[in-house]
Design a protein around this ligand. Sequence first.
Ligand code: FAD
Ligand code: UDP
Length: 399
Amino acid sequence: GGRRESQSASALAAAPEAPFIRPSGRASHYDALVVGAGFAGSVMAERLASSGRRVLLIDRRSHIGGNAYDEPDAAGVLVHRYGPHIFHTNSADVFDYLSRFTPWRPYEHRVLARVGDRLVPMPINRTTLNLLYGLDLRSDEQAEAYLASRAEPVDKVVTSEDVVISAVGRELYETFFRGYTRKQWGLDPSQLDRSVTARVPTRASTDDRYFTDAFQAMPLNGYTRMFENMLDHPGIRVETNVDFRDVEAEVVYDHLVFTGPIDEFFDHCYGRLPYRSLQFRHETLQQETFQPAAVVNYPDETVPYTRVTEYKRLTGQQHPCTSISYEYPCDEGDPYYPVPRPENQALFKQYEALALARHDVSFVGRLATYRYYNMDQVTGQSLAAFRRLTRTSAVSGLT
Ligand code: FAD
Ligand code: UDP
């Protein structure tokens, strides 16, 4: 292998010398090799380079940005290749950090759910109840009392079924959550941790926003442009279409940052960690708009897709055509979601024990730490991993 004998993080802090550049354009030695150019890897690469390290950032895909990658489609409509990505965070630190690389377009996400032939607001709120049941609930108190009358007490809220049933009762659970969840995960909500459906709240108010975070915005020129700005640094070399396994032995580096699936890094030695995948069906339509919201959810289990996204409503782009995508959940394919349930967490813990013993590697991101994290959480995790790494380096004179 090309890795150095001494693989401690302290090697990271070695004084930078002028790199020897091979005819290939690759330097002979890097302070860090970063695997994966999504949020986790790109933030690490930017931080390391900005503190004087030389970084090689690789991704096996043909592009940077990971699952947040966006691009104009054939018609020129900006779309998200891997499904709708809406930025929201309560962390001023994360928002300020990313604001170095992009201006923003204020955007508050709203979602409708198709129930029968109606479109009603999701998360369930007072308007949803009034529309669905022909009610006239006029205050938060009335809506709260109504929900309380339907809620079923659950002794110990453990699963994704418990969370919803204890808040809104079985009928609303079946209308909005059971079918959607079974499609999305291939599992019944009773087989998933409470944290999954707990992502979506229930409200007695008429607030129909999907998120209530303090900062909600879309990168004005798209995610890919934001990543380009982040990685535009003389200390960072980016190579796409490069798999870690193909260059592992060839590249010389002191520290490794790995943001791919953790079970793959350890050759699945304890067996495969389940990651849920999706197939996207992208379409461009010769009409200006398609649906009344950026995202419409389809909780009906007999509809094979979970949601439809109309991208112009996220990006604010003006265009005579509109582009949409359907999401079909599946097991095989690119790993998109860790699957939160006890047996998977136990398997992850086995891999995590191996990871903790590897002081020469930082495992960061949604796939490497097997956490159902949003973009802002991954950014925060990456900033923290960088601080930890440079703190434990014997010499941190470069920071
Ligand atoms: P990724 O983006 O998955 O990046 C990992 C990269 O590593 C990939 O590009 C992969 O090709 C590369 N890689 C893996 N193994 C190797 C290898 N061996 N060699 C080379 N390269 C490798 N978050 C939000 O905040 N808001 C949203 O609205 C939102 N919507 C989402 C919708 C969908 C459909 C999905 C799937 C996710 C959504 N997310 C959203 C979550 C968001 O995508 C993630 O939080 C974020 O992209 C994770 O970044 P990451 O760098 O950890 O992983
Ligand atoms: N969910 C649901 N019905 C909905 C929306 C969400 O049952 O209309 C459940 C489903 O299990 C989903 C989870 O809540 O996977 C989290 O939803 P979110 O919209 O956060 O999913 P993501 O955007 O991460 O795919």
